[in-house]
Design a protein around this ligand. Structure first.
Ligand SMILES: CSCCC(=O)C(=O)COP(=O)(O)O
Ligand SMILES: [Mg+2]
Length: 246
């Protein structure tokens, strides 16, 4: 189905929306799991590692948890695919090194880069909101297709600077940060609970239902649906009116 939206901003989910879930769970997750032991044991003095380990201890309710206990918790959260902020921070540290070494190359569906370029060209501001950390998002988009897509993006949000993706308050926090009216902000995601939370905050929503993705056959519960970004036009009516009269 083809859809057209008049909006000032598009906010993008990553896993299942711009990029394949299987790449995240079958390539990125095992890569981080196999490196957590050494990271926690050898680099706990680094500020970001220490901060994330302290957050993990708070989530566990165990202030004295040693590196081995924290590693077991990370493994459990990975197994459950729990989007815990310290897990995402530590994954981001490991993955950054994987991107720099060339072990990891981001995956984007083929329709994503052309669509982002079109929307950006039309004056629509682009943001990312993912459970993956802001540092990971920066790596992901800067190593993306055609020399990277980061230059098209105006801001990055994660569970640390915005909050959990299933909570309407997180979308209100993003609205405040980007200064775009909720009714002119369009969120694209595969997960129904995230779409519901965005809609509850007054945002426009589109359920991205890519064939083969885990949520492909889920009921969209009133959210408009597309199978790829190729079926989605986004522009700013004010801008097109202005340019058509000049
Ligand atoms: C490549 S971003 C990291 C992927 C990840 O760890 C994740 O949890 C993605 O979640 P999303 O909110 O983008 O569905
Ligand atoms: Mg997703």
């Amino acid at each position: 189905m083809n859809l057209t939206f008049d909006a000032d901003a598009v906010v993008l989910d990553i896993e299942g929306t711009t990029s394949a879930s299987a790449y995240v769970t079958e390539v990125l997750y095992p890569y981080s799991r196999s490196r957590f032991g050494a990271l926690l044991a050898d680099r706990g003095h680094e500020p970001d590692v220490r901060r994330a380990m302290d957050q993990a201890r708070r989530l566990l309710g165990d202030p004295g948890a040693d590196a081995a206990r924290v590693e077991r918790a990370l493994d459990d959260w990975l197994e459950e695919d729990r989007k815990a902020t310290p897990l995402k921070t530590l994954q981001g540290i490991v993955w950054a090194e994987g991107f720099a070494r060339g072990d990891l190359v981001p995956h984007f569906f083929d329709d994503v880069a052309p669509a982002l370029r079109d929307w950006h060209e039309a004056g629509v501001r682009l943001y990312v909101y993912s459970s993956g950390s802001v540092a990971t998002q920066r790596d992901w988009f800067s190593h993306g297709p055609g020399g990277g897509l980061l230059s098209l993006v105006d801001g990055l949000f994660d569970t640390e600077n915005a909050g959990p993706k299933q909570s309407p308050g997180s979308y209100r926090a993003i609205t405040e940060a980007i200064g775009t009216r909720p009714g002119r902000t369009l969120f694209l995601s595969d997960r129904p609970a995230e779409l519901d939370a965005a809609r509850a905050s007054g945002w426009l929503t589109v359920a991205v239902r890519r064939p083969g993705e885990p949520y492909h056959r889920h009921a969209a519960d009133g959210h408009p649906e597309v199978e790829s970004f190729a079926g989605l036009r986004v522009g700013r009516a004010e801008q097109s009116e202005a340019s058509s009269t000049s």
